[in-house]
Ligand binder design. Structure first.
Ligand SMILES: [Zn+2]
Ligand SMILES: [Zn+2]
Length: 824
């Protein structure tokens, strides 16, 4: 075995292996191999937002540990990578960067600017992912903005339309006035903010009496279509059915009876407006009330708002409050804490508008989603409730059309003469109805020959919620079901309600089958102070900087060790630093071991004479294998890494290596078979540690493998070596107990030397060991050579004493008395 270099150049060696692994092709999923079981990871195609952040590092480390572990387990692993390109986020950035709105330039120009920005961002993120050492099969790379991906998204739309899941309708939807588009429930964030409750007088018809209504949105008064009270509320029940005038509007509405009104909120009298909130929508439907379309798509008051028409919502509120005050109709105001929905991309307050949109029927699938959520494996298990609770809370179908530009077009046209809806045929896609005509001669209904292409586009989630099928090869590979459902769907706690949910509805609707068999959840990355990481809080860490400074293997250890799977984890520089120190320790210990193994030939093991400490470490390494394997199976990465690090650092480096040094340096004293036993144990245990660490710290373990083990092993990379199988025959509990006793002696003496401020190699004239039982005495005597050598104590006496100097010695304990040589 060759000596190893003293220094380990993190950046250089990590880059080297990243390139070599790529050249070796060990990440390639073998599409023709039907012998090995497949393991497919439904890698989330990230939204290209530029720089890789620590949250991405956490995600990809999770996926990658699973991929590498499964590969070593013998699976044919599919670890694909796509990019979820479309969407509002990119459009908003283009608008900001170029100081324009989307309508200011031709759509083609706008689109090409979006593509340009996305390409730039993808390049930046890809560099980061490569630098982390993620074992992605880059031959699978795809971008949802490519027409070839449109083809898949559009095909799924066409098929779902055929199956009756896609429909067009005029329904209330969440609307972002800033982005001028419909958005889905999942894109609405709920934030708490201070609002004002206005107490307004509504005069009863034909009377001087009035009812007081408390509302935080007086600007909706022009859209008031009814006033409701609880029939059990004795204050107001007598007014049910009477007319009441809408302030400032010169018209009247009816007071209706509604049991869901909370008599304790506000005044107990509620105005119904179209639409102030989702409750209004329910009431309007239930009581068949008329709809006044108060807001335009850009968030201004429409003609229905009479004198307030043309004002933005905020301006209208101020004007109406002023008019109410002037008319003596505003009794009082008070501040309240309220929850409002905002657009998750631009943070504008979301309004509810009734507009014609495309919807996917999702509510009928809720039961199937819950059933599947309960059947699949979740890591951690309790996270399944997030999907179930979200599904149960939904009351609207999914609005899938968007009034934007940078997205997959909806493959639909309308007949100019009879408005017939023409949906593309399966073999027309990809197609852009904004540029192309439908491939038919005439309208099947009226024979008309003029068509208008749909200008609305699809929600980005329509692209990314078919990944499980797409990764498997749908619709092009006849055998795509070989990889479907995906083995594992990794998701963040923040996107269970979107991604996991949409994947479920799309695949269940399309294929009547669930998309994945397990879900691996990661939490969010917090700043070191435990708060959300953000540049403005000065607790932000840029992933490229962390990776450049500390390297992938150290950074990956932070991600693995940061916390229980699924929990939020803080980013602390000292955790990465600890990972780096561990690697330096591993490197130095390996270098040292390589020296001790300079003349070792693994093939020649005929005459092994395993000593108590050899049996001890071999048994411990076997138990560690069992434990770490179980932890990887359960995705308990933080436990797995702590177990391997503790074993490596403390059991192997601190004790075993130290304890067998003398045997290796002084074969004349100990005999060559005992020396060989130490070499054998060092070799096997170090190899085992490298294997167990390989999914977490792939670069350094590979470098050590190549330098120390490659000559004797058949695997071109440690990454394709078979994961060690637990061998119960190698476990020897007796040997572990005995070894612990021997280690206790060494520990006691070291402790004593440290207390007396003596160097660890300070010679000892006479060492007396007190052990509790005759059996322990025998054990310690049998390890006499290792103890004497390690402690520089040639003269050792072991006595069986249950009690010494007033101290009780238990069967698992030892007590030592040390007679140091007089100082020279
Ligand atoms: Zn918005
Ligand atoms: Zn027609």
């Amino acid at each position: 075995m060759q000596p190893m270099p003293k220094e380990y150049n993190f950046a250089e060696i990590e880059r080297k292996w990243q390139q070599k692994w790529e050249e070796m092709g060990i990440y390639h999923y073998d599409w023709n191999d039907k012998e090995r079981l497949p393991f497919s990871i439904d890698t989330p195609p990230p939204y290209p937002s530029g720089e890789l952040h620590m949250g991405n590092v956490l995600n990809w480390t999770y996926f990658d540990m699973v991929a590498r572990y499964k590969r070593m387990q013998g699976f044919n692993v599919l670890f694909p990578q796509g990019w979820d390109c479309h969407g509002l986020g990119i459009e908003i950035q283009v608008e900001k960067a170029r100081n324009i709105r989307k309508r200011d330039v031709p759509p083609d120009q706008f689109r090409s600017w979006c593509i340009e920005l996305v390409e730039k961002y993808i390049a930046m993120m890809k560099e980061g992912i490569l630098k982390m050492g993620a074992s992605i099969d880059w031959t699978t790379e795809y971008k949802t903005m490519d027409p070839d991906f449109w083809r898949r998204t559009q095909l799924s739309f066409v098929l779902l339309h055929k199956k009756g899941y896609m429909y067009q309708g005029t329904h209330p939807v969440n609307w972002c006035p800033r982005d001028e588009t419909a958005i889905a429930d999942a894109e609405v964030d709920h934030i708490k903010k201070e609002g004002t409750l206005h107490y307004i007088r509504f005069q009863l018809e034909g009377s001087n009496e009035y009812l007081l209504i408390a509302t935080s949105r007086p600007e909706f008064i022009p859209a008031c279509v009814a006033v409701e009270v609880n029939p059990k509320d004795e204050r107001y029940s007598k007014y049910i059915g009477r007319k009441i005038s809408v302030p400032l509007m010169n018209r009247e509405v009816t007071i209706i009876s509604e049991e869901s009104v909370d008599p304790c909120f506000g005044t107990g009298v509620v105005q119904i407006c179209t639409y102030g909130d989702k409750e209004d929508v329910k009431t309007v439907i239930k009581h068949k009330l008329p709809v006044i379309r108060l807001l335009t798509e850009s968030g201004k008051i429409s003609e229905a708002g009479c004198k307030y028409a043309g004002l933005y919502v905020n301006q209208a509120r101020a004007a109406i409050v002023a008019d109410l005050t002037a008319a003596g109709l505003l009794e009082k105001t008070e501040k309240i804490q309220q929850e409002v929905g905002v657009c998750d991309r631009c943070k504008a307050q979301v309004e509810i508008l009734e507009v014609k949109q495309w919807f996917m029927k999702t509510l009928p699938l809720s039961e199937a989603i819950e059933k599947n959520a309960n059947e699949i494996l979740w890591y951690p298990d309790y996270m399944k409730n997030r999907l179930i609770d979200w599904t149960r809370a939904l009351d609207w179908d999914w609005v899938v059309s968007r009034q934007r530009l940078f997205a997959t077009p909806i493959p639909v046209w309308y007949c100019k003469s009879c408005s017939e809806v023409i949906v593309a045929q399966e073999n027309w896609v990809p197609i852009d109805p904004r540029m192309e005509k439908p491939r038919i001669d005439k309208c099947p209904k009226c024979g008309g020959t003029e068509f208008t292409g749909e200008t609305d586009v699809l929600d980005t989630w329509m692209d990314s919620s078919i990944t499980c099928a797409v990764h498997a090869g749908w619709p092009d590979r006849f055998d795509w079901k070989h990889l479907f459902p995906a083995s594992m769907h990794p998701s963040g706690t923040d996107i269970i309600r979107t991604w996991a949910y949409y994947l479920m509805v799309r695949h269940l609707a399309l294929f009547n089958e669930r998309p994945f068999n397990s879900v691996l959840i990661n939490g969010m990355v917090l700043g070191a102070d435990g708060r959300k990481m953000s540049k403005s809080l000065k607790n932000y860490a840029a992933a490229p900087e962390v990776l450049n400074k500390s390297g992938a293997d150290a950074t990956r250890q932070w991600a693995a060790a940061g916390g229980a799977t699924g929990s939020d984890i803080p980013y602390r520089a000292q955790d990465v630093e600890y990972g780096r120190r561990f690697l330096v320790k591993l490197w130095n210990a390996s270098g040292f071991t390589a020296n001790l193994l300079a003349d070792y030939k693994p093939a020649e093991q005929a005459s092994l004479e395993l000593q108590p400490l050899d049996k001890w470490i071999l048994s411990k390494a076997e138990n560690l294998t069992l434990k770490v394997t179980e932890e990887f199976e359960k995705c308990q990465f933080n436990v797995a890494i702590e177990d391997v690090r503790n074993f490596t650092w403390h059991v192997f480096c601190d004790y075993y290596v130290e304890a067998v040094k003398d045997r290796l340096y002084n074969p004349n004293l100990h005999g060559s078979t005992k020396r060989l036993a130490a070499q054998y144990s060092l070799y096997e245990v170090l190899y085992r540690m490298l294997q167990l660490l390989a999914p977490i710290t792939p670069h350094m373990t590979e470098e050590i493998y190549q330098l120390m083990f490659r000559d004797n092993k058949d695997f071109e990379s440690l990454q394709v070596s078979p994961w060690p199988k637990f061998n119960a025959a190698m476990v020897n509990e007796e040997a572990e107990k005995n070894g612990d006793l021997i280690i206790a002696v060494i520990g006691e003496v070291r402790h004593d030397k440290a207390e007396k401020k003596l160097p660890l190699n300070a010679p000892i004239k006479k060492l007396t060991i007190y052990a509790a039982t005759e059996k322990n005495v025998k054990v310690l005597c049998s390890a006499n050579g290792d103890i004497a050598g390690t402690l520089k104590a040639p003269s050792i006496e072991v006595l069986a004493e249950k009690k010494t100097e007033g101290r009780q010695v238990s069967p698992t304990e030892v007590y030592v008395k040390i007679d140091y040589e007089a100082k020279a």
